[in-house]
Design a binder for this molecule. Structure first.
Ligand SMILES: *[C@@H]1O[C@H](CO)[C@@H](O)[C@H](O)[C@H]1NC(C)=O
Ligand SMILES: *[C@@H]1O[C@H](CO)[C@@H](O)[C@H](O)[C@H]1NC(C)=O
Length: 400
């Protein structure tokens, strides 16, 4: 038995090398020099992080189910059967990103058909990804913070000013041209459903798809200076804009490139920046430019794919509940992050679900148990206990 385990360990390590060989080879600086396409983004600085500051447990191995299309070990990033996901990795949200990837793999029927595009400002993080997911298909892209720094204005929460928050604006330029569609995911969420269902969403003639919230007060995302200037506010004249959250988006990169949406987003950021403190047209970070360009032109996706706001409001980070309806993805947008609340022993009830995917440190199982206990005790949620335990059970069933 031991021998068998050993041998299978060897085989999977060997396969990991084969699968990862292309991404290792394309890692700096070879491709950065060879391909002018990536130059602005793949200019690596000398800085390499010391990954030993973080330690992640290795996720359990994942395999495609029998009904999945086989993805050849030698297939490239351009293989049309792959599902593409883009997510940022930075030190502050690293634990969240790793948990998000873990949850995607756990709930996918065909996890080996998923390709991850990681956007980093610190190339040393590659080692960490490998330590948690030795068999993962992925590529790491360096996102140069200077690319957006000149465009970022201060916002209500300093975390919103991080340059990597703006990397989603540049996916169409950064990813290979053969990647025509990508799902962008924030780092503070977990999937509890198969992401392939979201991948197959029809966008029609739209460039991005996201759940829309037409009852939200759209006015409050922009300042009175914006609304009182007809040249600015007129941008919404011939559409019915609704709020949507940019943390989960299905993006048609082919259309995005054709219409040069990156440039349109940058233009709004320049207007915001040029206005100075008294002339700002919005208060939040990367969201408003997206609303300016896309609100009213979004392919609506079922709300189950972004149950957002679980981090609470932007000031206090208080506990929030799920919106009514089915749940495929839980998103801790807002200032409270589940890992921080779990560490400080003050978790919100739903944080127990996040803890299930946490791979950080050796004690994470204990954290999950403690979180579940705390959640069972908590009376702060208006949601009946059976509801939470139903989600919990479905999560556990998926994990079996
Ligand atoms: C991948 O390997 C298979 C068989 O091992 C071969 O037929 C195919 O041409 C290879 N594809 C590429 C892209 O190298
Ligand atoms: C929407 O928000 C604006 C600005 O915060 C406010 O003035 C307005 O009264 C709000 N509208 C509704 C219907 O709540």
């Amino acid at each position: 038995m031991m021998l068998l385990l050993r041998i299978s360990g060897f085989i999977s390590a060997f396969m990991a090398i084969i699968v990862l060989a292309p991404s290792l080879q394309s890692f700096p600086p070879a491709e950065a020099i060879r391909s002018s396409h990536f130059d602005p983004y793949l200019r690596f600085p000398g800085r390499i992080s010391s990954p030993d500051r973080f330690s992640f447990r290795q996720a359990s191995p994942f395999r495609n189910a029998a009904e999945c299309a086989t993805v050849a070990e030698n297939s490239t990033i351009c293989d049309p059967s792959l599902v593409h996901i883009a997510i940022t990795l930075d030190e502050e949200y690293l634990r969240g990103s790793i948990a998000a990837v873990h949850s995607v793999l756990q709930h996918a029927l065909c996890p080996q058909s998923i390709f991850f595009h990681f956007l980093v400002s610190d190339p040393g993080l590659q080692t960490l990804v490998l330590s948690a997911f030795p068999d993962l298909r992925f590529k790491i892209y360096y996102f140069d913070p200077d690319r957006v720094r000149r465009l970022i204005s201060t916002s209500v929460r300093s975390a919103l000013e991080q340059p990597l928050n703006y990397a989603r604006n540049y996916l169409a330029d950064i990813l290979e041209p053969c990647v025509r569609r990508v799902i962008y995911l924030d780092s503070d969420l977990v999937l509890v459903d198969d992401i392939a269902k979201l991948w197959r969403t029809r966008l029609g003639s739209r460039t991005i798809g996201a759940p829309e919230y037409c009852h939200a007060n759209f006015t409050k995302y922009f300042t009175s200076r914006f609304w009182s200037n007809p040249r600015l506010a007129g941008t919404f004249a011939d559409r019915r804009p609704c709020y949507f959250n940019t943390g989960v988006m299905v993006m048609d990169l082919h259309q995005w490139r054709k219409a040069a949406f990156t440039r349109r987003i940058e233009k709004w950021m320049e207007i915001q920046k040029g206005g100075g403190l008294s002339g700002r047209i919005y208060e939040l970070g990367s969201l408003p430019p997206f609303l300016l360009v896309f609100a009213g032109h979004v392919a609506p996706i079922e709300h189950r794919w972004n149950q957002h706001g679980l981090g609470g409001d932007n000031v206090k980070g208080s506990c929030r509940d799920l919106h009514p309806g089915p749940v495929s993805l839980l998103h801790w947008s807002g200032s409270g992050k589940p890992w921080a609340r779990l560490d400080s022993n003050r978790p919100c009830p739903l944080d127990a679900i996040w803890a299930h995917y946490d791979l950080y440190g050796p004690t994470s199982t204990a954290t999950a148990t403690a979180a579940a206990a705390a959640a069972a005790d908590s009376s702060s949620s208006s949601r009946p206990a059976w509801f939470l335990s139903n989600i919990w059970l479905s999560v556990q069933a998926h994990l079996m």
